[in-house]
Structure formats: C-alpha cells, structure tokens
Design a protein around this ligand. Structure first.
Ligand SMILES: [Zn+2]
Length: 278
C-alpha cells in the first residue's frame, strides 16, 4: 500500500484534555502518517486562546518546508480556527466584546479561520435565537476579516444554509457534513466545501456516504474531529489526526479513486481555502 504523504486534518480539537499527556506524540504520529498540517478549532474564547498557544508552541517552523533529515521527528504543523461553538453561545455575556477578542486572536499568523461556529438544534444547549445571534456575529466578522469559516450544523442544516445565503462574501467548510444530497448541492452552489470524517466509516451513516460518493471531489476536505468520531476500526477510542489516511482510503474506495488522488485533491482544497502554504 503506497503511503500517503501530504494530508491535512482540517478539523480537530488539540486543546482537548484527552491530549494533555501526549500532544507532542500525537502530532509526531500525525506527521509520520503523512498528515503535514492540522487545524485545531476553538469552541469558546478560552479554548481559542489555548489552541493558539499550542500552535505557537508546536509550529515554530512557520512556513519553512519540513527538513527531510529530521522529518521523522517533526510534528505536524498546527493552524488554528478561533470562535465560539453553538454549545457555548449561551455563555457569551457581551457579544461585541467577544467579537473584539476573536478579532484580536485572528490577527495571529497561525489563525486561518473563524470557527467552529454554527447552530446545534440536537442538543440546544443555548436557545436557537441566542445561537443565531452568536453565529451571525461571527459570520460578519469572518466577512470583515476575509477569513473562511468552519461551520458546525447539527439538525439545523436548513437554518445554517439559509443563514449562509445571507452572507455571500463568506466561504468555508460545513464540517462533519451530515445533511442530505440536496442540502450538499445547495452548500456547493453557495461556494462552500464539505468536511468528511470518520462518520464515513460508520455502518449506519448511509446518508453521509451517499453525499460523499457524489459531491465534486475538489470541494471535499478531510477531517478527524479528534478526539471525537474515530473512524472504524478505531471507533469508540480517542480519535487522532494520524487517522486521516483511514478516512482518505475509505473515501477513495467509495468513489473508485486512488487514495493518492483523494489526498492530492483534498490537500489542494484545504491549502486553497485556508491559505496553508504548500
Ligand atoms: Zn469540532
């Protein structure tokens, strides 16, 4: 099996406590598995700050290409999305102040997106109206800053798509996309990308596979959502970015493509959307 050498994990949560003991090793395993870059997503202001601190710590190599001599002991490069997740929307006391703090964080060169933001009607930790206000304020910020957005939509795909249509200047990715084929087409028509992760390998995720098998491959990004949603055969365990090749191979098999072609396409898409140097 030809190894995959240049993958991007476009969505994970490196600040999660489950990575506390071995974050460096996780990033090194990712690199050895061919995952050269990861994007770690904030879920509130504190987590956005924590992720940025991690990026500074682990990616001091900046834009330099990895040195082949030391490649085996290099960690994957860490990029950051800053923002407030819909689960945390109810904790925002002053939305304008929060937007100012996100804007300040977004000025750091490691920050490539606003995220993760969106709507979650499954858990409804915050009332829909509050989620909507926090979501839209951050979309407006993404538009003002010219940054892509990373979107969480759970049982709220319809509302998210209607909202995105009102911010035509913003592009980004619908992460862990689980909507219908029709909704996928709408997102693509709006110029958005779809994030595909471990759910692709879950036997019950028929709709995810249906969408993943039919959307234009150049609009697909790979992601783990680590530590959540580990792909089969790691399902139920802690997910990590080194499993991106499992997802790339599952997608390749589903679409009758070579895994290296899926890697090349998804990495080119991630580099283009997030401005990650190649
Ligand atoms: Zn996430």
């Amino acid at each position: 099996m030809r190894p995959l050498v240049d993958l991007v994990d476009t969505h994970l949560h490196l600040d999660d406590a489950r990575f506390e003991a071995d974050r460096g090793a996780v990033l090194e395993r990712a690199y050895q598995a061919g995952v050269r870059d990861v994007i770690t997503c904030g879920s509130d202001l504190a987590s956005s700050e924590a992720n940025l601190a991690l990026a500074r710590r682990f990616s001091e190599r900046g834009e330099e290409p990895p040195d082949p001599a030391t490649a085996c002991s290099s960690p994957a490069r860490v990029w950051v999305a800053v923002g407030i997740h819909p689960h945390e929307a109810g904790r925002v006391a002053d939305l304008e102040e929060a937007a100012r703090r996100i804007e300040t964080l977004a000025a750091a060169p490691q920050v490539v997106a606003i995220g993760e933001i969106g709507l979650d009607y499954h858990y409804r930790f915050a009332p829909p109206g509050v989620q909507q206000a926090v979501f839209e304020r951050q979309l407006a910020l993404a538009q003002a800053l010219g940054k892509p957005a990373i979107i969480h939509a759970r049982e709220a795909e319809r509302q998210v798509l209607d909202t995105l249509a009102r911010y035509p200047g913003v592009r980004g990715v619908l992460h862990a996309f689980a909507g219908t084929a029709e909704q996928a087409r709408e997102a693509l028509d709006l110029g958005w990308y779809l994030g595909i992760g471990g759910m692709l390998t879950f036997p019950s995720a028929r709709q995810v596979r249906e969408v993943a098998s039919s959307v234009p491959i150049e609009r697909v990004l790979l992601e783990t959502d680590a530590p959540y949603l580990a792909p089969v055969p790691h399902r139920g365990k802690r997910n990590e970015p080194a499993y991106v090749p499992v997802i790339a191979r599952a997608l390749a098999e589903l679409r009758g493509l070579e895994a290296w072609a899926v890697a090349a396409s998804t990495t080119a898409a991630a580099a283009a959307l997030f401005g990650i140097p190649r």
